[in-house]
Design a protein around this ligand. Structure first.
Ligand SMILES: Nc1ncnc2c1ncn2[C@@H]1O[C@H](COP(=O)(O)OP(=O)(O)O)[C@@H](O)[C@H]1O
Ligand SMILES: [Mg+2]
Length: 359
């Protein structure tokens, strides 16, 4: 399997800039996610890698070779399509054989290769079954097998499970991750679902309007978002943001929330936004606020079993707190909201860039 690279790649369609100055390295055997909202350029990156479109500027590298003048066939990358679609009228085995039959390979060679791939994927007992008789996870293995028979340099997947229902999606992404670990294959996986990206990837690239905003492991992206944009996209419920002003000595003063907190290492003075994840806020008895505490009241409670989302009214804003277990609150109850400065992020009020993060 191969390492993939885009060097300074740009592609426009008429006046629409699809991607701009993309510098990206997907390491050999890496499970790499491209994550971003619709129209942010995710599919265009896959099309550039595949060779379906040529970059206006920049270079595509597969393994050690620049491939910009090669067609899709020579690049030998496998695209796995949405829904992992299989031919319904063919058995799993015929589905696996299809790409080789299409290439007019000899029958004996086709059978040998199908048997080998089926063995690798642990789907030998399924080969005689039609797709309708397979579970979601089994269908996924067959769909991947169909790409694998060609021995591709890497797999590219464009929102392959986006259309499935939530439970099946969870099952599929665990399966896919296990499969990638077993097979040691390079996978570039496109999704607009942050939870999917977080749960499946070795590393994630976060896209905004044709550009990459941040690349990192799921933990890096979650704990150290480099911009308000990334911070807003990752995490559910999303981070709380309080707009305000950063003063001398790292003193932040909220505007709509009566909140005042000193953040060590926060240099600069001006408009800023304090950000804190719901699980990093704590609800304490009223009046117990120290540095960073805010007087507040309980607005709504959503018990979800393992944890509870509590909406807390502070100043003119509602902030979300994720509390472990099933704490009991009365609506309207007065409480204090406690912020730990070590768990706060501070973003520039205008650019949205990270000013400081104690994490
Ligand atoms: N073939 C095309 N012709 C014209 N515009 C396109 C074409 N493909 C993509 N675009 C535009 O390029 C931008 C990025 O598209 P795309 O890469 O498909 O984004 P994503 O996969 O993140 O939704 C969008 O604004 C889209 O409308
Ligand atoms: Mg797309």
């Amino acid at each position: 399997m191969a390492r993939l690279e885009l060097r300074n790649a740009s592609k426009s369609y008429g006046k629409t800039v699809a991607v701009k100055d993309i510098d990206l390295v997907v390491e050999d055997n890496e499970f790499f996610c491209i994550f971003g909202p619709p129209s942010s350029g995710k599919t265009t990156i896959l099309r550039l890698l595949l060779g379906l479109v040529a970059p206006d500027e920049g270079e595509i590298v597969i393994g050690d070779a620049a491939v910009s003048d090669q067609g899709p066939k020579e690049r030998n990358l496998a695209m796995v399509f949405q829904n992992l679609a299989l031919f319904p009228h063919m058995t799993a085995g015929q589905n696996l054989a299809f790409p080789l039959v299409e290439r007019k390979l000899e029958k004996a060679a086709v059978m040998a290769r199908v048997a080998e791939v089926a063995e690798t994927l642990h789907i030998t007992p399924l080969l005689d079954k039609p797709p309708a008789h397979l579970s979601g996870g089994e269908r996924q293995r067959v769909a991947i097998g169909r790409a694998l028979v060609r021995d591709p340099a890497a797999f590219l997947m464009d929102e392959p499970i986006a259309a499935l229902d939530a439970r099946l999606r969870e099952e599929m992404r665990v399966e896919l991750k296990r499969l990638q670990r077993e097979l040691h294959h390079t996978i570039v996986y496109v999704t607009h679902d942050q939870e999917e990206a977080m749960s499946i990837a070795d590393r994630i690239a976060v896209m905004e309007a044709g550009e990459i905003r941040q690349v990192g492991t799921p933990a890096e992206i979650y704990n150290l978002p480099n911009s308000r944009y990334v911070a807003e996209l990752i995490g559910s419920p999303p981070m709380n943001f309080v707009d305000g002003t950063l003063g001398e000595g790292g003193r932040f003063q909220g505007r709509e929330v009566p909140l005042s907190i000193t953040l060590e290492g926060a240099d600069g003075v001006g408009p800023a936004a304090l950000a804190v994840r719901p699980e990093d806020l704590e609800i304490a008895a009223a009046g117990s606020a120290a540095n960073g505490g805010v007087e507040a009241s309980i607005y709504e409670v959503e018990p979800l079993g393992a944890f509870t989302i509590v909406d807390v009214s502070a100043g003119e804003r509602i902030l979300k707190v994720q509390a472990p277990g099933q704490p009991q609150f009365t609506l309207g109850e007065r409480v204090s909201l406690v912020l730990d400065p070590a768990r706060c992020h501070l973003f520039h009020g205008e650019t949205g860039d990270l000013i400081s993060s104690a994490r």
